[in-house]
Write a protein that binds this ligand. Structure first.
Ligand code: SAM
Ligand code: GLN
Length: 288
């Protein structure tokens, strides 16, 4: 190591200069907070005022390694192997989508709208399991099932259930093929399915395009709502009377998802915006 990294202040300076030009300044600050919290096992709050705290040489070396990986634009969550989703530590690995802040908003809405929920919830396209795990942690009387077509996702999601001490019923199924095996009835159905149109790839950042699973993200421009149609078709046969759906959606497709949902006979359809003011969640009620 050419430079000596002995304190948190040294680390801050090192990351700022090494990553300058590669990432915006605000993002480098965020990386610094995430890396120091994770490697030094310090809460983000404790970091304030800890500038002169001594950093062990082995931790400094690990931080230099992480910084090198960041230079290749590998997402920080894959480098560290974990992220935090609504207070739950969620493991991730390449091949499994990194949970997004918008999805935290979706899970948080379900939790806030259903205090003391004792029914059944099914998460379709569970990925890392972030939604299912957070709901199971925060609504401990719920019975939670989750499905995905990817073995890697299901394996990671079950690790995350164990890590967070919750029981989730995982099912491998391809929602587009109407395979059997899903619960026969449920009260809440949630999904954040693939919804980014292929034509939107150009606007996406390289760290997403080069590292994240395309089958978790992209849909053809000719039929961008194909997952919602398949999920709604399943939903009307398994939702109990008064049951609800919660979808994360492409910000450009709010009215399309609303109309599709209405065409299946759902009521109380609501398109909600995320904290950035973009259409992000559709929820609706099934009244048989
Ligand atoms: N729920 C996770 C989250 O919010 O972070 C992952 C969402 S990701 C946008 C969509 C997920 O759907 C991926 O995990 C992907 O493997 C899964 N998926 C894609 N095609 C599928 C299919 N035909 N049937 C079931 N799941 C599918
Ligand atoms: N919001 C994610 C992204 O922009 C996409 C999630 C999804 O396709 N469901 O990368």
């Amino acid at each position: 190591m050419a430079v000596k990294l002995q304190t948190i202040a040294d680390i801050r300076k090192y990351l700022s200069s090494e990553l300058a030009g590669l990432y915006p300044e605000g993002e480098i600050w965020a990386f610094t907070a995430i890396i120091t919290a994770s490697v030094l096992k310090l809460s983000r709050l404790t970091l304030h005022g800890a500038e002169n705290k001594f950093v062990e040489p082995k931790d400094a070396l690990r931080i230099v390694g992480i910084c090198e990986e960041l230079k290749s634009e590998k997402p920080i969550q894959y480098i560290l192997g974990e992220t935090v989703f609504l207070d739950c530590v969620i493991r991730v690995r390449p091949g499994v989508l990194i949970p997004r802040p918008e999805t935290e908003e979706l899970a948080d809405l379900i939790i806030r709208e259903n205090p003391g929920f004792t029914g059944e919830l099914l998460d379709i396209g569970t990925g890392s399991g972030c939604i299912a795990v957070a709901v199971a942690v925060k609504l401990p009387s719920a019975t939670v099932s989750a499905t995905d077509v990817s073995d890697l996702a299901l394996g990671t999601a079950s690790e995350n259930a164990a890590l967070n001490n919750v029981k989730i019923n995982f099912i491998k199924a391809d929602i587009l093929k109407g395979e059997p095996g899903l619960p026969r009835e449920t009260d809440i159905l949630v999904s954040n399915p693939p919804y980014v149109r292929n034509s939107e790839k150009e606007q996406m950042r390289r760290n997403v395009l080069n590292y994240e699973p395309h089958e978790a993200l992209f849909v053809p421009d000719s039929d961008p709502l194909l997952f919602y149609r398949a999920i709604l078709a399943k939903a009307i046969s398994i939702l109990r009377d008064g049951g609800r759906i919660y979808f994360e959606i492409n910000e450009a497709l709010g009215s399309g998802v609303r109309e599709l949902t209405a065409s299946f006979g759902f009521s109380n359809i609501l398109v909600r915006k995320d904290i950035n003011g973009k259409d992000r969640i559709v929820k609706a009620t099934w009244n048989g």
